[in-house]
Design a protein around this ligand. Structure first.
Ligand SMILES: Cc1cc2nc3c(=O)[nH]c(=O)nc-3n(C[C@H](O)[C@H](O)[C@H](O)COP(=O)(O)O)c2cc1C
Length: 208
């Protein structure tokens, strides 16, 4: 990974969090990095809802899937990365279909947050396992707020604190698709349709 910047190369979605609060200035820097993300026409539709009040945090935690509740409670900070669909300016295609960019912009915001966190020595673990209406209710957010991920933020902890099934996952290397699958030059080919599972199972030794 010699050519990849450390803020990207060293990031992992860890689940073990240290029992250590996140200093306010590091959290503020995450939000500042988020605010620097590009968006179409600079519309900035992404919103980050941060649970500060213990009651709100408990509601947000309860909105997470049972699998995520197995570990996310140890994170000192929980938040949700959202977008405001009222602020959508959909792009129209020649066939009349439209493209909403709110989720896309929120994804770029998350990328900035992940890079800033890694550079600051923090872990930010995104979660798609949550109930969207319950997250909205936790923050008293209206229906036009789309919740894309809940994030658990903190410092890396000891994997031994995790339930056994998660412990091995914590440090296992991740199988990543090679560029010739996810980069198509000039035309889409059957190779580009290879799924992550197909690729993983094709490796010597099969599943890792
Ligand atoms: C949009 C998104 C949703 C995710 N949802 C969950 C989740 O609900 N629970 C979980 O434990 N990890 C979740 N993850 C973390 C992924 O499992 C993890 O990023 C992936 O396995 C690659 O591992 P790495 O991030 O350590 O490289 C999510 C990641 C992303 C980007």
């Amino acid at each position: 990974m010699a050519d990849v910047i450390p803020e990207i190369a060293n990031r992992r979605a860890r689940r073990a969090f240290a029992n250590r609060p996140v200093p306010g200035e590091l959290l503020d820097a995450l939000w500042e990095a988020a605010g620097l993300a590009p968006s179409h026409g600079n519309t900035q539709p992404a919103r980050i809802l941060v649970a500060r009040d213990p009651v709100v945090r408990e509601r947000l935690f309860a909105a997470c899937s049972p699998g995520n509740r197995n570990w996310a409670g140890a994170a000192p900070v929980l938040a949700a990365v959202c977008s405001d669909s009222d602020q959508e300016t959909p792009q129209t295609n020649s066939d009349g279909t439209t493209r909403d960019l709110g989720a896309f912009c929120a994804g770029i915001v998350l990328g900035n947050v992940l890079a800033q966190a890694t550079g600051s020595g923090l872990i930010v673990h995104p979660m798609a396992g949550f109930d969207e209406p319950a997250v909205r209710a936790a923050f008293e957010a209206p229906a036009n707020v789309r919740v894309h991920v809940v994030i658990a933020i903190g410092f890396e902890g000891d994997p031994m604190q995790l339930p056994e099934d998660l412990r091995a996952k914590e440090t296992a290397p991740q199988v990543r698709l090679p560029a010739d699958i996810f980069v198509a030059e000039d035309r889409w080919t059957a190779r580009n349709a290879t799924t992550w599972r197909q690729y993983r199972d094709s490796l010597p030794g099969g599943r890792t």
